[in-house]
Write a protein that binds this ligand. Structure first.
Ligand SMILES: Cc1cc2nc3c(=O)[nH]c(=O)nc-3n(C[C@H](O)[C@H](O)[C@H](O)COP(=O)(O)OP(=O)(O)OC[C@H]3O[C@@H](n4cnc5c(N)ncnc54)[C@H](O)[C@@H]3O)c2cc1C
Length: 258
């Protein structure tokens, strides 16, 4: 059974081997702003880092005044086979991880432990796949769908459902369409002329018909705890999706309504 701190890798397609997370020295290549508040952080590691699409790393974030280290988790957003590693990070003003990453310049080094997590593509499961994310929750999906594991086990039908507040906050527009996914960008505060879906990802799921492929689809959900909770309730309650077909990664704990 999976244990915390371990990552599981396929060994020549037959059995699983276990790998412990290790510490890596990383050198920043560049930071590119994908949207007004999301940065793509590109770097390389000094020794080979092996990870699976959907996994994450834990960055050592130093406090510049006290020197105290805190850690922040970020999902890999790049092709697991590439030595150029990418993260897709929401910039929260004043946030420890946000400010640290934003302060880095090309050539600067930082440290991270990796890999972690079990939010990976499930081969030999259901024939269809639905990927649901909000904001930077798209990161693990961008990595997962470029992995060999996914490319060698392509789902029959793939829906990518992504939520953003405004059109210009849609991350990686066109990327999933380019891979042949049916794509829906649900925008909760769209401009009046936005031609896509107006509303949240949960609104989109609620209005899908009962005859949709609910029972032979795997659902992968990533974003805030609140979103993953709401989407899980809609899938299991409203649409009768068995919980074993739902896989999720929470970027933050569910915030309870006051
Ligand atoms: C497994 C895992 C994978 C993750 N992957 C990613 C990823 O790929 N990309 C990414 O951007 N984040 C990711 N996160 C979230 C990330 O680890 C940080 O929690 C987040 O980026 C905030 O860190 P910070 O240090 O910048 O802000 P903090 O110093 O932690 O917080 C600053 C302030 O912002 C508030 N805040 C924290 N998070 C949010 C939020 N989501 N929305 C609004 N306000 C918030 C806090 O309450 C606080 O007031 C992941 C988390 C987990 C557990």
């Amino acid at each position: 059974m999976p244990k915390r701190g371990y990552a599981y890798f396929r060994n020549q397609g037959e059995s699983w081997i276990t790998m412990t997370a290790k510490k890596f020295r990383c050198t920043l290549q560049n930071i590119q702003w994908l949207t007004p508040n999301v940065m793509e952080v590109t770097f390389h590691t000094h020794k080979k880092l092996k990870f699976q699409g959907g996994q994450f790393l834990s960055i050592f974030v130093p406090n510049l005044v006290t020197g105290k280290i805190t850690k922040r988790a970020y999902s890999f957003s790049s092709d697991p086979n590439s030595s150029e590693i990418q993260l897709c990070v929401k910039y929260l003003p004043g946030g420890a991880g946000s400010e640290f990453l934003k302060s880095l310049r090309p050539g600067d080094t930082f440290f991270a432990n990796a890999p972690y997590g079990h939010f990976v593509f499930q081969e030999n499961h259901n024939p269809n796949a639905c990927f649901i994310s909000t904001s930077t929750g798209v990161a693990p999906f961008r990595s997962m769908v470029q992995s060999e594991l996914f490319q060698e086990n392509l789902p029959k039908n793939s829906l990518f459902l992504h939520g953003a507040r405004t059109e210009n906050e849609i991350i990686y527009p066109g990327f999933f369409e380019g891979l042949g996914f049916q794509t829906v960008n649900a925008v909760s505060r769209p401009s009046p002329n936005y031609a896509g879906f107006h509303g949240r990802v949960s609104d989109y799921l609620k209005q899908l018909p009962n005859a949709w492929i609910w029972h032979n689809t795997d659902f992968y959900i990533c974003g805030s705890g609140e979103m993953t909770h709401d989407v899980c309730e809609i899938l299991t309650g409203g649409h009768g999706v068995p919980p074993k077909n739902i896989f999720h990664e929470n970027f933050s704990l569910k915030k309870k309504a006051a």
